[in-house]
Design a protein around this ligand. Structure first.
Ligand code: SAH
Length: 372
């Protein structure tokens, strides 16, 4: 492995491993774990039903499990992995950012967004991020550690519980979409991410039963990860954070571009699309006078016109210490117009959560200690 790749994949040594949770395991291994601790295998399904159907992770309340077994089930199957530290809301409560503390004190964030036709949770796959994109707040502090599948899944189950409880304005609803667009680079924590994708998409009770098409995995473009994902046979939506069509600028905006160039990344996305039949998204944060020039839109249009891609433009969200800002309206409009002349589908993403630092690239998971 090259030094550069070591930087991407070697996470800092962890002192204490997170407790093992049954959602770290596939359904067969869950049964084996039950048997290992002297329970009949069918208990594994009961436990999964409480967790993935009722979003209940407290075995003390599970009346179909004998009372004397509950403490052991709690310890071996559903140890508490994430604890809510703080919730901040916006849009009259339709957007909420949750700050979670993990067993070792590490902090991560997730963002839940209710729209008229869907409710989406944006989850973190790593604490911090090793990709070091200069316009993203998460990248600035570097990578703290990978999350386990249990820790990733727990964010989704918590969101599903909030939706089902009716506490969001508009009343009870179903969590319909999951996007791996919070903190971290999903492809740099591949195994845990794929286990959690399976937990999200497997039919109940083995998983949450959310359709693969409603799950989006976003990557800076780790080609080996995209190829592996293609071979999993789960047609999740792939999003690629491209941010510019030329290698020269992309080497700076997305430093891993020094390893996998624009063309290699797009070719991998094409292979993904060929295999899954799915259109992929190109994420493009529009940064004033940096990557928003007409010639770049033209080049992007030429690159994408024969590809099964959709462009999602993201007005740059402010991050601490960054000198960059969002594009002017007329430049954004011109960028869109040029792409459309190539027949490339393009949308401009809303800036949900911006005022609570919960929008794209703003998650930093800092705990604010208010003076009392
Ligand atoms: N590491 C993955 C997952 C994070 S997704 C990835 O990069 O794809 C978060 C998305 O928000 C990415 O497309 C990222 O490039 C984008 N982003 C980061 N900082 C941003 C900012 N300040 N404004 C707008 N988008 C930003």
């Amino acid at each position: 492995m090259s030094d550069e790749l070591k930087l991407v994949f070697d996470e800092p040594k962890q002192k204490v491993k997170p407790p093992k949770h049954f959602s770290d395991l596939d359904p067969e291994a869950r049964k084996a774990l039950a048997e290992e601790i002297g329970l009949p295998a069918f208990r594994a399904k009961q436990i999964a039903t409480h967790f993935f159907v009722h979003y209940n992770d407290d075995p003390e309340t599970w009346t179909d499990i004998p009372k004397d077994l509950r403490p052991m089930v709690a310890e071996k199957f559903t140890p508490k992995l994430i604890t809510l530290v703080r919730t901040v809301t916006a849009d009259n409560g339709k957007t909420r950012k949750d700050l979670w503390r993990l067993h070792d004190g590490v902090l991560v964030e997730s963002v839940l967004m209710r729209y008229t036709d869907r409710t989406t949770v944006c989850i973190s796959s790593q604490a911090g991020c090793g990709m070091n994109c200069p316009f993203c707040a998460t990248g600035q502090a570097g990578l703290t550690r990978n999350l386990t599948a249990g820790e990733i899944t727990a964010q989704v189950v918590a969101a599903a519980r909030v939706c089902a409880s009716g506490e969001l304005p508009g009343g009870e609803t179903r969590l319909s979409n999951v996007v791996f667009m919070g903190m971290g680079e999903p492809m740099a924590n591949y195994n845990a991410v794929i286990r959690s994708v399976r937990n999200i998409t497997a039919p109940q009770p083995d998983g949450l039963g959310i359709g693969a098409r409603s799950v989006t995995v976003s990557t800076v473009g780790l080609v080996n990860g995209i190829d592996k994902l293609r071979d999993e046979g789960i047609p999740v939506t792939l999003a690629v954070s491209l941010h510019t069509p030329d290698d020269e600028l992309r080497d700076t905006l997305v430093p891993i571009n020094s390893r996998w160039k624009v063309k290699e990344v797009l070719d991998a996305a094409d292979r993904y699309s060929d295999k899954t039949g799915r259109r992929y998204s190109i994420e493009y944060a529009l940064i004033r006078d940096i990557n928003d020039q007409a010639w770049r839109s033209d080049l992007l249009g030429r690159l994408l016109k024969n590809r099964n891609a959709h462009v999602n433009l993201i007005p740059l969200n402010p991050t601490p210490g960054s000198k960059w800002t969002a594009s002017r309206h007329q430049d954004e409009a011109e960028f869109v117009r040029i792409l459309e002349t190539y027949g490339v589908p393009v949308t401009v993403r809303d800036t949900r959560g911006r005022e609570i630092d919960g929008a794209c690239g703003q998650l930093a998971a800092a705990e604010i200690i208010s003076p009392s």
